[in-house]
Design a protein. Structure first.
Length: 585
């Protein structure tokens, strides 16, 4: 804690008697050290008096993550922004006051690379399993979901979890185990992008009945549920049993179902402290549903409709910036290079980037403009994005791919100039100082991936970015969990991995590359805000910034390493509004 933070904590320690809602006479009861705001005798709204805060939080340990890394005890909010931090944070007679009772507060967490809109489109009553650690906990989570699910509707869980996290068996649950948890609703669990999947007895009966008749689509295949409930995985091209099963659930989904799933996705994000996200839905597919579309395939002209509908109705509770991924490689029927990439060309001509408001806006091009292996078509995609003066992103999985991206960025910079566009690369499991310096010279940033801690084997290495090497280089940097498909959406398991290097098997797989807790949290807040072009609005608790904050269930800076994964929000504020409240303060 800074010296200022210690002094501030001392000054505010005498305010334990303050209670939320006890607004009358509150200003007069404050100690003299806090008398820097409106005098207690000045009536609210009186001549020359500043407007009083609408919400004031007191008696906390508020980590502002400002340039001084100040820790203060109070913060005041008005009109959706922080108006006073620390000693100046005086409540007025009509302010709502929340006594934090010593709890830890951090800025709202910003995710720079996530797939939350895909989560919002999950069919069935999606059940969060990413925080479970045993088969028994899976059963308990499914059973707890059961009272919310009408008769005949499906309980599902698709993506975000991996069998590696279930330490008792390292496998998916069986049909019998799912029946024991939920005997009277069909259950469907789908792993990662293409399966395998598993179902219970009611689900098996549903799929068996379809297999016995004419298939619902000419490209569908028989689901063939095994006796233990397993449905075999498919593939990215050509579909398969698990993907057909997913298709059968998707065709039953209504728009009202999608809105319910979207509300659930927002609520879960708020519950783990995510207040702003940059979305990268994978493998977009225009047109009607098809049995070859994997978990992340969605119509990229319609996949945001449910979120948009809720936003128009005033129901948005977390911030969303939406990127546009384009996956077209070379299409021989279109002829020469000048005719390739038709969807990307139309997007750049007819879409606005960074258009919307503080809660929902368009982003730019990402996770990629074309597949990185598409040769001259991929490079042409970079040229088109640069020419249109859009932000651009590429994910890389090897050092050769990173070199390919850096070479291309330099070439398009020479032709069009990209240094003010904030282009980026993400994942970056391998880097060199020379490549990082070349990116830095182009004004580019690096989004480091943390997600492979859960999907790697017990002895795998190089499963995450070399965090220490990259952060010490000095390039603009953030960190992401890539959540909702292959890894948890919650940032806390990723923060655990970044600060320990320990994977889901308890093995050290990133020796020498750990970050401190403060460094990691700063990247997940201030660092990531840069990638949304919102560093002047988000990422720290400072006067003038948007009032996004999270009150934690425990002290992130003090808990055991293992307990970082268990942290949650007990109170989340977005734009000065309480959007999640566990009722414990």
């Amino acid at each position: 804690m800074s010296k200022d933070g210690k002094e501030e904590s001392k000054r505010l320690s005498r305010r334990d008697a303050l209670k939320a809602g006890a607004a009358a006479g509150m200003a007069a009861a404050l100690p003299p050290a806090l008398g820097q705001g409106r005098p207690a005798s000045t009536p609210a709204g009186g001549p020359g008096a500043p407007a009083e805060p609408e919400l004031t939080l007191v008696n906390g340990r508020i980590h502002t993550l400002d340039d001084k890394n100040s820790v203060v005890s109070a913060v005041a909010i008005r009109d959706g922004r922080f108006v006073a931090v620390g000693a100046a944070a005086n409540p007025g007679p009509s302010s709502k006051v929340i006594n934090l009772r010593g709890r830890t507060v951090i800025p709202g967490i910003v995710e720079g690379h996530v797939h939350v809109v895909s989560l919002a489109n999950r069919p069935g009553y999606h059940t969060i399993l990413e925080n479970t650690t045993t088969i028994r906990e899976i059963q308990e989570a499914l059973a707890a979901r059961r009272p919310d699910v009408p008769e005949g509707q499906w309980i599902t869980s698709m993506g975000g979890w991996h069998p590696n996290q279930w330490v008792d068996h390292r496998r998916r649950p069986t049909l019998a185990e799912l029946d024991a948890a939920v005997p009277d609703r069909p259950v469907f669990l789908f792993e990662r992008f293409t399966g395998p999947a598993v179902t219970n007895s009611l689900g098996k009966a549903f799929f068996d009945a379809i297999d016995a008749g004419p298939l619902p689509h000419p490209d569908a295949v028989k689901v063939n549920v095994a006796a233990d409930g397993t449905i075999a995985a498919g593939g990215f091209v050509g579909g398969g049993p698990a993907i057909t099963a997913l298709y059968l659930l998707r065709v039953m989904q209504t728009f009202e179902d999608k809105k319910r799933s979207t509300r659930d996705a927002m609520a879960y994000a708020a519950s783990v402290g995510l207040t702003a996200m940059l979305d990268h839905v994978l493998f977009p597919t225009p047109g009607p549903l098809h049995p070859h579309q994997v978990l992340s395939n969605l119509d990229h002209y319609r996949m945001y409709d449910s979120w948009l509908a809720l936003h128009r109705a005033g129901e948005t509770i977390v911030r969303l910036q939406m990127n546009f991924l384009h996956n077209q490689g070379f299409i021989p029927a279109l002829g020469g290079l000048e005719n390739q990439l038709p969807e990307l060309r139309e997007r750049l001509k007819n879409q606005f980037q960074f258009f919307g408001d503080g809660l929902m806006m368009t982003g730019s091009i990402g996770e990629w403009a074309a597949p990185i292996g598409a040769g001259e078509v991929w490079f042409e995609a970079q040229r088109l994005v640069a020419q249109a003066r859009w932000r651009n992103e590429n994910s890389v999985g090897t050092l050769a791919q990173l070199a390919q991206v850096v070479d291309a960025y330099e070439k398009v910079d020479a032709e069009f100039g990209i240094r003010d566009l904030r282009w980026m690369v993400h994942h970056v499991p391998f880097v060199t100082s020379e490549l990082l310096s070349r990116l830095q010279a182009l004004g580019c940033g690096v989004q480091m991936s943390a997600f492979r801690w859960v999907t790697s084997g017990p002895t795998a290495t190089n499963v995450g970015a070399p965090f220490r090497d990259i952060i010490e280089h000095g390039i603009q940097v953030g960190i992401h969990g890539d959540g909702a498909h292959i890894a948890p959406l919650s940032p806390w398991p990723h923060l655990y991995y970044v600060t320990t290097g320990i994977n889901s098997f308890g093995a050290q797989v990133n020796e020498g590359q750990h970050l401190t807790r403060e460094e990691a949290l700063r990247l997940f807040t201030k660092g990531n805000a840069w990638f949304l072009r919102m560093e002047d609005k988000l990422g720290s608790i400072e006067p003038g910034k948007l009032a996004d904050l999270v009150v934690l269930s425990d002290d992130y800076f003090g808990v055991r390493d293992e307990d970082i994964k268990k942290l949650r929000s007990v109170l989340t504020v977005v734009g000065g509004k309480i959007v999640h409240d566990m009722g414990v303060i």
